[in-house]
Design a protein around this ligand. Structure first.
Ligand SMILES: [Fe+2]
Ligand SMILES: [Fe+2]
Length: 288
C-alpha cells in the first residue's frame, strides 16, 4: 500500500536539541515500513550562518537522514526560513535557483520547480507568500490604522523595529505583493499540469491558503493580530478551489503557523495545517 508522509517546519539545524528530536522522529517512522513519498512543506532547514558558505548544508544533512529510511521519493517546497539570508545572497535566487540546484544534487524533488508524479498521485507545492489578504481587517495599533507600509516593513505603528524577521532576512527586489503574485501564478500553472496527469492531487503550500488554516487568531491581542498578515494568502485558496469539482481528489496541506488546523472540507477539497513546531515535529500519513 503506497504511503505518503507529509510533514512541515522541521527547521533542521536551528538548535542541536531540536535536531536530536527530528532525528528520533525520523527513526520512529521506520515502523511504518515502505514509504512512497516523503513531503516536507517548507521551513525544511536553516542555519544561523546565513551566508553562501553555509547555504544548504543542513538541508543536505536532513535529506541524507531521510534517505536512510525506506523512502522512494522525497519532495519539498521552500518556507520563508529556507530563503532567509544576510545581504550576501538574494532570496529570489535562493527560491528559484539555489534550492533547485541543492535538490538536484541531493536527488530530491523541489516542488517550486517541478511536480512530483508517483504512480497514483501528483504532488504540487509552493512556499506561497503573503499579500496581506489575510491581514486582520481594520486593525489599529497605538491608535493608528495599520496600512500596507507597516506590513511591508513588518513594523507596526509606533514601533522602531520589525516584529517579523522576514523583514531582516528576506532580501529581493520584489515587494511582498509582487513576489506573492509571481509565486502563486507559477504554482497555478503547475497545478494545471498536475490536473492533466493524475486523478489524485496532493497540494503542499508552506503559507496558509485561507484564514481557517491559521490557528493563530488572537482577536484580543492587536500585536499578534498584526502577524496574521504574514500567515499566507487567500490567493492560494482561490487557486486550489478553482481546480475543485473537476473529478479529481484534492487534498491540500500547509504549515508555517506551527499550529495544526483542520481538516475542513470545502467543495470536496480537504484542507489541513500540519502544525509542526520547534521540538515537536508532526506528520500526516496518507495511505492508498
Ligand atoms: Fe516554520
Ligand atoms: Fe514559515
Amino acid at each position: 500500500m503506497a504511503k505518503t508522509i507529509i510533514t512541515a517546519d522541521l527547521h533542521f539545524g536551528i538548535h542541536e536539541q531540536y535536531d536530536e528530536i527530528v532525528e528520533s522522529f525520523l527513526q520512529n517512522l521506520q515502523s511504518l515500513g515502505e514509504i512512497d513519498s516523503f513531503v516536507i512543506i517548507g521551513d525544511v532547514a536553516e542555519s544561523l550562518e546565513l551566508d553562501s558558505r553555509h547555504f544548504g548544508n543542513n538541508h543536505k544533512k536532513l535529506f541524507k537522514l531521510i534517505q536512510q529510511l525506506p523512502v522512494e521519493n522525497i519532495a519539498f517546497c521552500a518556507g520563508n526560513h529556507d530563503i532567509w539570508t544576510n545581504r550576501g545572497l538574494d532570496s529570489w535566487e535562493i527560491l528559484t535557483e539555489r534550492l533547485k540546484a541543492l535538490a538536484d544534487d541531493s536527488g530530491v524533488t523541489y516542488l517550486e520547480a517541478n511536480n512530483l508524479y508517483t504512480e497514483e498521485a501528483a504532488i504540487v507545492g509552493t512556499m506561497g507568500h503573503y499579500d496581506y489578504s489575510l491581514a486582520t481587517k481594520g486593525l489599529e495599533i497605538n491608535g493608528i490604522k495599520v496600512n500596507d507600509d507597516h506590513y511591508e516593513t513588518k513594523t507596526p505603528p509606533g514601533y522602531e523595529t520589525p516584529l517579523w524577521n522576514d523583514a531582516l532576512y528576506i532580501h529581493w527586489s520584489y515587494g511582498d505583493k509582487g513576489a506573492c503574485e509571481k509565486i502563486c501564478s507559477a504554482f497555478d500553472k503547475r497545478l494545471d499540469e498536475a490536473m492533466k496527469k493524475r486523478d489524485r492531487i496532493i497540494v503542499a503550500t508552506h503559507t496558509v491558503p485561507m484564514l481557517e488554516m491559521n490557528g493563530h487568531q488572537y482577536k484580543e491581542k492587536p500585536m499578534s493580530n498584526f502577524l496574521n498578515a504574514f500567515s499566507g494568502t487567500a490567493r492560494l485558496g482561490e487557486i486550489i478551489l478553482s481546480h475543485a469539482n473537476k473529478g479529481k481528489a484534492i487534498k491540500a496541506f500547509s504549515g508555517h503557523t506551527h499550529l495544526a488546523a483542520g481538516p475542513i472540507l470545502i467543495n470536496d477539497v480537504e484542507f489541513h495545517n500540519i502544525g509542526s513546531d520547534y521540538g515537536t515535529p508532526k506528520f500526516i500519513v496518507l495511505e492508498r
